[in-house]
Design a protein around this ligand. Structure first.
Ligand code: SF4
Length: 288
């Protein structure tokens, strides 16, 4: 069996930046380092940070010391103000691409536009974006959501940065048909676009796909859904212990990709285990 590793598997720019910011602080000897919420959606990375003494803050206290790091997904502006009011040093590791979406929403809100966010209602990034839209913000993630959508003035449409491109296009068209004249910003990030397109191509080349990433990672889940929608058998795994040799016996060619918060060392280990399982070589995909 051949193992084909996707070229764009693993850490995206925003996640790498957030992890490096945190590790830099550890190296500098900052005494108390906390992240507001999990820094990224990957259990192995979170465990590594915990070993380095980085703790996770779940509630904003009245007072705090040391450094508090804002995760790559960003947070609502009111929460940022409350963190700053604790007295701790606040290090904002929000991904620049998420900051850009926050700025688009804030600017249009000031100009009287409502915001429709195409994204997962409970995802941290979307919660942050909603904070910038205030009570003019609405989230849709399905045709039923669009059918229930109520707007009564100028509006903009933005996307969660890791949204499925095709779903975004479909829902955006439905919204414009229902309420013509909206201004649309496709804010899906380039890294997501490449990763998703690569999965579509990879599925034409392999018999099944292994998607590596945290169970709570929305962008990892989305890669699996895209492959499944194309009829490609999918194995969602967090680490090599999730690989069951029996399940792979019937395949001659397997693809491997990973979510934006999956570290390289986990991906390499998966590829290694699959290779040892099959005693065949891997081949790097040259798809994008
Ligand atoms: S997926 Fe894109 S927007 Fe999200 S953290 Fe990574 S680089 Fe930033």
């Amino acid at each position: 069996m051949e193992v084909v590793l996707a070229k764009n598997a693993g850490f995206c720019m925003g996640v790498r930046r957030a992890v490096e910011t945190t590790l830099d602080m550890v190296q500098k000897g900052e005494t108390t380092i906390t992240t507001f919420g999990p820094l990224i959606h990957n259990p192995q990375v979170l465990k590594l940070l915990e070993k380095q003494g980085v703790r996770i803050l779940t509630e904003i206290p009245d007072q705090a010391t040391g450094a508090i790091i804002i995760r790559a997904h960003g947070i609502p502006p009111e929460e940022k103000k409350r963190l700053e009011a604790t007295g701790a040093m606040v290090e904002d590791a929000t991904c620049p691409r998420v900051l850009k979406v926050q700025a688009i929403i804030a600017r249009h809100k000031n100009e009287g536009f409502a915001t429709v966010i195409i994204g997962d209602r409970d995802h941290a990034e979307v919660e942050g974006l909603r904070g910038y839209a205030g009570n003019t913000g609405q989230v849709v993630n399905s045709e039923a959501d669009v059918a229930a959508l109520q707007l009564d003035g100028p509006y903009i449409v933005v996307s969660q940065t890791t949204q499925d491109e095709r779903l975004f296009e479909r829902l955006k068209e439905m919204i414009l048909q229902k309420y013509p004249g909206g201004e649309v910003f496709n804010t899906i990030c380039d890294s997501t676009h490449k990763r998703q397109e690569e999965v579509r191509l990879l599925c034409q080349e392999v018999e099944a796909l292994v998607v590596v990433g945290g169970k709570t990672s929305a962008n990892t889940k989305r890669l699996g859904e895209i492959a499944e929608s194309l009829g490609c058998p999918v194995f969602m795994v967090e680490s090599e212990t999730d690989l069951e040799p029996q399940a792979f016996k019937r395949y001659a060619r397997i693809g491997v990709t990973a979510g934006a918060s999956t570290p390289n060392w986990v991906i390499s280990r998966i590829v290694e285990v699959l290779e040892n399982m099959t005693k065949e070589g891997k081949k790097n995909a040259e798809l994008v």
